[in-house]
Design a protein around this ligand. Structure first.
Ligand code: NDP
Ligand code: 2IT
Length: 452
């Protein structure tokens, strides 16, 4: 108890300093708070980490690059956006992490994502450091040519800072196959060489099988591992998924493959509740709608009888056994977590990054819900990115089955690491487990390097 109080005191002091040095960066503060709460007791038990100021060093990015991105729309009008790449830590491998194009992108958002990526990448067992980048550019409503011009302008600056052994970006919100094609095509031209400096590439130009599916599939593989600890499985479970983009689509697909029932999905306009279940055929409709037509989920309820669209709302009021938040940060409030608990949720796995507020996380822990943080549950995406890098270096392409098998093994291993560092009194605290396991590997390498 005394040790717990001492850790809490140290966290409060540490956070006060961090907030002073990074004013107004609420998302970054939130992500660091969660990690500090988990690792401070561990640091207290291992004085070399405190002496080497590992946490202080890990919360200061190696560098944050900010640049102007000018581009011209189809009418010839000039637009100016802001581009970012936050290279947080290359302690255990080249910087690695996605690019997000969304109007809500700020330095704080980039820093929270880059910071979390350090621990996530460490958990994958692969040699990857942590980074994140992106822009406040909004691809919604833009023509393919406009998106191409933006991507080329963005890469004209970014290419100076990335490389297969230096920093390897990939997709995230608003950056999918189309954008990666434009970005990689321009990188290759500027650099005059073909290297795996970006992942998520198309299968005809260096991409890996299963990368598109990896985050969503991996998330459900992780749920499978969590449920096993309670002698349960996905079969027959009622599942609510938020989002309807890359991660949500393939999380839903894997749930269906494992015999679960998907009752609801969402986009930024609201959620659709289909009590007869979003089956394979309906999911194909969503994929076509989102990936090709770039339309709104609202049209689902017009297409399929019995489905209802709830405009401007999130789906957490729909009773379910498993909740998979796969849209964006802070999409489950404390109150929404309580609603899920009241309705009997067994497991929550974060397909998105930090979709649950700290209040929500505490509520799930208090209720002993199986709760998997994003850095564990959605690590399958970056893990297969790591496998794409390996294949590029080998100039080989593994089969779909081979990559899927490796993905399943990695998700299982992440679960084992979480249990190793997070199990107490018969409950696995996956947040502590993921943070401590991810931290330890990076911290040990930092100590080996001396003061840098
Ligand atoms: P997509 O752009 O493919 O899809 C995002 C989905 O979330 C869309 O349905 C979008 O709705 C919705 N959404 C985005 N922002 C908001 C918002 N502010 N409010 C409500 N809904 C929103 O992105 P991904 O599926 O790739 O990413 C989803 C989450 O998963 C993110 O948190 C990302 O960081 C995380 N992630 C992604 C990985 C990947 O490999 N892609 C890997 C690991 C994590 P709309 O269509 O209306 O915009
Ligand atoms: O948040 C993430 O892990 C990603 N967006 C994927 C990063 C990657 O490099 O594949």
């Amino acid at each position: 108890m005394a040790k717990q109080t001492k850790a809490q005191e140290l966290v409060a002091k540490f956070m006060a300093g961090l907030i002073r040095r990074n004013p107004g960066e609420a998302e970054f503060h939130q992500a660091v708070q969660e990690v500090a709460d988990s690792v401070m007791p561990f640091i207290l038990e291992h004085p070399p980490y405190a002496k080497a100021k590992v946490l202080e060093r890990l919360t200061e990015p190696d560098r944050a690059i900010i640049f102007r991105v000018s581009w011209q729309d189809d009418k010839g009008e000039v637009h100016v956006e802001r581009g970012y790449r936050v290279q947080f830590s290359n302690t255990i491998g080249p910087y690695k992490g996605g690019l997000r194009f969304h109007p809500t992108v700020t330095l704080s958002v980039m820093k929270f994502l880059g910071f979390e990526q350090i621990f996530k990448n460490s958990l994958t067992t692969l040699p990857m450091g942590g980074a994140k980048g992106g822009s406040n550019f909004d691809p919604k409503g833009k023509s393919d040519n406009e998106v191409m011009r933006f991507c080329q302008s963005f890469m004209t600056e970014l290419h100076k800072h990335i490389g297969k052994d230096m920093d390897v970006p990939a997709g995230d919100i608003g950056v999918g196959g189309r954008e990666i094609g434009f970005l990689f095509g321009h990188y290759k031209r500027l650099q005059n060489e073909f290297t795996g400096a970006i992942t998520g590439k198309g299968l005809t130009f260096g991409g890996s099988h299963i990368r598109t599916e990896a985050t969503g599939y991996g998330c459900v593989y992780f749920v499978h591992e969590m449920l096993k600890t309670r002698k349960a499985d996905v079969k027959g479970k009622k599942v609510v998924v938020s989002g309807s983009g890359n991660v949500a689509q393939y999380a839903a697909e894997k749930v269906l493959q494992m015999g679960g029932k998907v009752l609801a999905m969402s986009d930024s306009g609201g959620f659709v509740y289909d009590k007869s279940g979003i089956n394979e055929e309906k999911l194909e409709y969503i994929k076509e709608l989102k990936n090709v037509k770039r339309g709104r989920l609202e049209s689902y309820a017009r297409k399929f009888k019995g489905a209802k669209f709830h405009k401007g709302q999130r789906p957490w009021g729909v009773p379910c056994d498993i909740a998979l938040p796969c849209a964006t940060q802070n999409e489950i409030s404390g109150e929404e977590a309580q609603t899920l608990i009241k309705n009997g949720v067994i497991a929550v796995a974060e397909g998105a990054n930090m979709p649950t507020t700290l209040e929500g996380v505490h509520a799930f822990h208090d209720a002993k819900v199986l709760f998997a943080p994003g850095k564990a549950a959605n690590a399958g995406g970056v893990a297969v990115s790591g496998l794409e890098q390996s294949q590029n270096s080998l100039r080989l392409m593994w089969s779909r089955e081979e990559v899927d098998m490796r993905l399943q093994q990695i998700m299982k291993e992440i679960h084992t690491q979480c249990a190793r560092y997070g199990a107490r009194d018969g409950y696995i605290h996956y947040v502590d487990g993921a943070n401590i396991a991810g931290f330890k590997k990076v911290a040990d390498a930092m100590i080996a390097y001396g003061v840098v």
